[in-house]
Design a protein around this ligand. Structure first.
Ligand code: FO1
Length: 322
């Protein structure tokens, strides 16, 4: 069984690759909710929606968020009334936010709401929030502190980042499904998808006990670098790494995750980093990691699973391994 930790676009793609390879009972996709925020009174969960729409085959693959074939009548009417237009809510996407708001106000938790939405969109695989309690990624920049979406969308990741906080994480428990998966004996690998380590994966690792439980877990922890040849595949990860003094490379990503990793998957363009990454600790797999198509997603997921099996065998042969 694969436990995949995912955030935005890169995470959604690899999660989709796993879903195409595995039956629903062999996969759990745990999604970052640090990006979540309240907008026009709606509780918005962008990463949950990006992963959900991707697995439903409904996502706008060029934008990397929202739904394909979207219309914007609501936004046009909203702006006519003077509403803020920087965060675009499409007419179909709006239904997701309206239903999430309704179900949460009836007392359902985010896990229940997500299960209902994924089921109604025909998704058989389990997509769950990292926690049902509120965690908010707050970015401290030279232009002051701001919520994730203000930074990411309204400011287009322009301000220089000085620090990032995951408010509420230390008090928030992993969701029930995430907790149960960590207790399962048949976890073959815990996969950190190629999402932004600081914005999409760090909130998950910051939850109570999660990092410690991943380090202690007998399943190998494998990360796929979201940086290829020093550049982000998508989004601000290379810029942010530089701003907070990390090496904007697959090596910088390996160092960031540190002793958490048993395996690191890097792109063929970064094969020159393999030796220095293995000094950090993890075994490395060098392959094509850029996912341009669903076939690429399926292929990469398959290679990550094969790599993880190799790690488990190697781990078991290690003298005195637990
Ligand atoms: N990203 C943007 O760059 N501009 C937008 O207007 C925007 C709207 C939006 C609406 C719903 C949603 O689920 C995601 C949306 N995103 C938008 C992406 C969002 O900023 C996410 O945080 C990304 O997925 C990054 O993880």
């Amino acid at each position: 069984m694969i436990l995949a930790l995912a955030g935005g676009v890169g995470g959604a793609k690899l999660a989709n690759g796993f879903a195409k390879n595995l039956s629903p009972d062999q996969l759990l996709i745990v999604v970052n909710t640090g990006d979540d925020f309240e907008h026009f009174g709606f509780p918005i969960s962008p990463d949950l929606d990006t992963v959900t729409y991707t697995l439903a085959g409904m996502s706008n693959t060029t934008a990397g968020w929202g739904l394909a074939g979207e219309s914007w009548k609501f936004m046009n009417a909203l702006e006519r009334l003077g509403g803020e237009g920087w965060f675009r809510l499409g007419d179909q996407d709006l239904a997701t936010h309206v239903m999430r708001a309704a179900w949460l106000s009836e007392g359902q938790n985010l896990s229940d709401v997500t299960a209902e939405i994924t089921k109604r969109l025909g998704i058989l695989h389990s997509i769950v929030p990292m926690s049902d309690q509120q965690v908010r990624t707050v970015v401290e920049t030279e232009a002051g502190r701001m919520s994730f979406q203000m930074y990411f969308v309204r400011e287009q990741c322009g301000p220089v980042i000085k620090n990032i906080y995951y408010e509420g994480a230390t008090k928030a428990n992993p969701s029930q499904a995430f907790m149960s998966a960590l207790d399962r004996e048949d976890v073959d690998a815990i996969v950190i998808c190629p999402s932004n380590p600081l914005l999409s994966i760090a909130p998950i690792l910051a939850l109570r006990e999660v990092r410690a439980r991943l380090v202690a877990h007998n399943a190998p922890v494998v990360a796929i670098s979201p940086i290829i040849d020093g550049k982000a595949v998508k989004g601000p990860v290379a810029k942010i790494f530089k701003e907070i003094g990390l090496d904007a490379s697959a090596l910088g990503v390996a160092r960031y995750y540190g002793d958490l990793l048993d395996g690191m998957v890097i792109d063929t363009k970064d094969s020159g980093l393999e030796a220095s990454i293995s000094v950090v600790g993890p075994q490395t797999l060098v392959t094509e990691t850029l996912m341009r198509s669903t076939d690429d997603q399926i292929q990469l997921a398959r290679e990550v699973m094969e790599f993880s099996q190799l790690l488990s065998r190697r781990d078991n042969t290690k003298v005195g391994s637990s």
